[in-house]
Design a protein around this ligand. Structure first.
Ligand SMILES: Cc1cc2nc3c(=O)[nH]c(=O)nc-3n(C[C@H](O)[C@H](O)[C@H](O)COP(=O)(O)O)c2cc1C
Length: 317
C-alpha cells in the first residue's frame, strides 16, 4: 500500500521539522503542524515517561483545538530510539500506540516487532539511516520509508553525499525517502524532490525559533555561526556528529584532539555528558539562520520559497 504523503491534503510543503534532542518542544511541533508541515520531537527529550505522556496529551489537545478552529493541521511525529539498549523503548512505544501517533520516526536498530506494533494501530514508521545497508535492513524489517541522513546534518550525522545515498536507497525501494542534512530553504526542498527524495527533514533551521527549548546562548550562537564553524567529530559519544566550534572551545576542548580521535573513542566522559547540553550541535545549513523567528513564520517563509522555486525550476527546465 502506498502512503499518501499529502496526509489527506494537509501538507503545504513536503517537509518534516526534524526531532532534536533538548531542542524540539510540543509548542514547536504544533506551530509546524498548524502551517501544514509535520512537526516532531524525540520521546527521549523528556526525562520521564510521565513527561512524555504529558507532551502527547498537549499535542492531541493542540491538534483538536486546531481542528475545532477549522485549521487542517499536518500530522505530528514522534522519534523513538528502538535499539534494544533503550530501556524506555517499549513503554514509550506503548504510549505512541495509546495516542495513535500517526508517524513514528525510528532510530538505531530496526526491530520487526516495533514496526508491526506501529502498523497494527494504523501508524507509519520512517526509519533513519546513514547508509544503504542500514536502509535495506530497515526495509526488510518493515519500515514504511527511509530517512536518509546525509553529510552536513545536525546531531548524529551521516557522512555520505546526498546524491549518492538517495540514489543507492532508491535502487532498493519505491517507498518514501526523506532527505536529511543541511537544507534550510524552500528551494532546498525542491532540490531534494528533484534528486529523487519525497520529503525533506529540516532540523537546524528551527533551533533559534522562540518555541525551541534551546537555551538563549545556543540560539545566539546558531545565529552567529556559519558552515565554517561546524566541526564533525565522533569523539563526544562515539557516533559521527556535527558540533558548533564556539561551544566546543568554551567547554575547553582542543579541536585538533577532536579531529584526530579514532571512531568509537570518546574524548572524555565529562565532555561526552555535556554534549547537547553545553556543547551544541548544528548542521552545515546554520548560516541561513539569522533571526529568532517564530516557527510558524519560518514555515510560511519556506512554503513561499518552495512555491517560487517550483515555478523557477519549471521555467528553467
Ligand atoms: C541539536 C540536534 C539534536 C538532534 N537530536 C536528534 C534526536 O534526538 N533524534 C534524531 O533522530 N535526530 C536528531 N537530530 C537530527 C535531526 O533529526 C535531523 O536529522 C537533522 O537536524 C537534519 O539536518 P539539519 O540539522 O542540517 O537540518 C538532532 C539534530 C540536532 C541539530
Amino acid at each position: 500500500m502506498s502512503i499518501d504523503l499529502t496526509f489527506g491534503g494537509r501538507m503545504r510543503i513536503p517537509m518534516i521539522v526534524a526531532p532534536m534532542f533538548l531542542v524540539s518542544s510540543p509548542e514547536l511541533a504544533l506551530a509546524a503542524c498548524s502551517r501544514g508541515v509535520i512537526g516532531s520531537f524525540p520521546a527521549h527529550s523528556t526525562r520521564t515517561r510521565e513527561k512524555f505522556a504529558e507532551w502527547l496529551v498537549q499535542m492531541d489537545e493542540g491538534m483538536a483545538r486546531m481542528e475545532a478552529e477549522g485549521v487542517n493541521p499536518a500530522p505530528y511525529a514522534v522519534n523513538l530510539v528502538v535499539h534494544p539498549t533503550n530501556e524506555r523503548c517499549q513503554g514509550d512505544l506503548a504510549l505512541c500506540i495509546e495516542h495513535k501517533v500517526r508517524i513514528v520516526l525510528t532510530s538505531k536498530g530496526a526491530p520487526t516487532d516495533v514496526f508491526e506494533k506501529i502498523h497494527a494501530y494504523g501508524g507509519i514508521a520512517f526509519h533513519d539511516v546513514a547508509s544503504a545497508r542500514h536502509a535495506e535492513k530497515a526495509l526488510d524489517a518493515g519500515a514504511d520509508g527511509i530517512i536518509a541522513v546525509c553529510s552536513g546534518a545536525g546531531g548524529h550525522t551521516g557522512q555520505v553525499n546526498p546524491f549518492a545515498l538517495v540514489n543507492e536507497i532508491r535502487q532498493l525501494t519505491d517507498k518514501p525517502i526523506i532527505l536529511s542534512g543541511a537544507m534550510s530553504t524552500g528551494r532546498d526542498v525542491v532540490a531534494a524532490r528533484a534528486m529523487g527524495a519525497d520529503m525533506a527533514y529540516l532540523g537546524t533551521r528551527f533551533i533559534a525559533c522562540p518555541e525551541s527549548l534551546a537555551p538563549e546562548a545556543y540560539r545566539d550562537e546558531v545565529i552567529e555561526c556559519t558552515a565554517k564553524d561546524v566541526l564533525y567529530t565522533t569523539a563526544l559519544d562515539g557516533f559521527p556528529a556535527n558540533f558548533l566550534v564556539p561551544s566546543l572551545l568554551k567547554a575547553g576542548l582542543n579541536l585538533d584532539d577532536l579531529a584526530d580521535i579514532r571512531p568509537g573513542e570518546v574524548i572524555d566522559a565529562h565532555a561526552a555528558k555535556a554534549r547537547y547540553k553545553d556543547i551544541w550541535s548544528s548542521g552545515h545549513g546554520v548560516g541561513m539562520v539569522t533571526e529568532k523567528t517564530p516557527a510558524a513564520e519560518v514555515c510560511d517563509l519556506l512554503i513561499a520559497q518552495y512555491e517560487r522555486a517550483r515555478a523557477t525550476v519549471r521555467e528553467l527546465l
